[in-house]
Ligand binder design. Structure first.
Ligand SMILES: Nc1ncnc2c1ncn2[C@@H]1O[C@H](COP(=O)(O)OP(=O)(O)OP(=O)(O)O)[C@@H](O)[C@H]1O
Ligand SMILES: [Mg+2]
Length: 245
């Protein structure tokens, strides 16, 4: 996570303002925000920018990310998130502690009760946040295992008066469940023509005109090509990554 990400971010002033507002609320107020958008539209780069801004402000960053291969491993996403602060688990009430440790396969209690795990996660993060405000990020939440996802959303619905900002990304097209998380959602639009041009000029300067125009169109998404005499959709998804690559 570096400030470089913020500096290199093009056309996301509104989103950056939302992030600054959320971070400025710390430590008195927490916030939770979901960035939704198509593959490659710039969700992760926004989270990286948030991480850079948080670090600059002395806010500690905790991070987890969904990985398709761990989607079926209960609590794997939460384990990755909480691992750096698990030394404070001893401070939790016994019922919380055993629920959380049990969820991670530690201790005698099988643990994993969803309500207790949610409460334990919230309590652990609040205690940590009292020492140093937190930015808690879950990239690609759609790939995070369901019990972890529930615990993360449980926290997100309760951080209003805690020194915690929760930031989540969700790739469009991976089910409707994101709407059921009860968190404020922000849908990322495709970049405008001028932002797409600016991004391309910054990242791939000096392209021949024809290729440049195709790449800009690729970033905008939905550009048309021709096959067998018919117009076809060549770029069904916003293609910032694809067009830059
Ligand atoms: N607004 C932007 N300014 C600068 N670079 C951007 C912007 N949006 C996307 N990019 C670049 O495009 C590429 C794809 O962005 P990113 O990985 O953040 O997309 P994503 O939405 O997280 O995709 P996925 O759904 O696959 O995780 C990266 O190289 C990123 O740096
Ligand atoms: Mg991503």
């Amino acid at each position: 996570m570096s400030t470089t990400a913020t500096q290199l971010l093009v056309g996301r002033d509104l989103e950056l303002r939302l992030l600054v507002e959320a971070l400025n609320g710390l430590p008195d107020h927490g916030a939770a925000l979901v960035f939704r958008g198509e593959a490659g539209i710039g969700k992760t780069v926004l989270l990286e920018a948030a991480g850079g801004m948080a670090t600059e402000r002395g806010v500690r960053v905790l991070y987890t990310a969904g990985v398709a291969s761990e989607s079926d491993l209960p609590f794997s996403g939460l384990h990755r998130l909480l691992r750096p602060v698990m030394e404070r688990a001893d401070e939790l009430a016994p019922a919380y502690r055993s629920a959380l440790l049990g969820a991670f396969g530690i201790g005698e209690d099988p643990g994993g009760d969803p309500f207790l795990v949610g409460l334990a996660t919230l309590d652990l993060l609040s205690r940590q946040g009292a020492s140093q405000p937190l930015l808690v990020m879950a990239d690609d939440l759609h790939w995070i295992d369901a019990p972890s996802r529930d615990a993360i959303a449980f926290v997100g619905r309760r951080v209003e008066s805690d020194p915690i900002v929760l930031l989540v990304s969700w790739r469009e097209g991976h089910g409707a469940e994101v709407g059921e998380l009860g968190l404020a959602e922000y849908v990322l639009d495709r970049l405008s023509d001028s932002d797409s041009s600016a991004l391309l000029d910054a990242r791939a300067p000096g392209l021949p005109d024809g290729l440049r125009a195709r790449r800009v169109a690729g970033i905008r998404g939905g550009w048309q090509g021709r096959r067998d005499g018919h117009a076809v959709e060549c770029s069904p998804r916003a293609g910032v990554r694809r067009a830059l690559g």
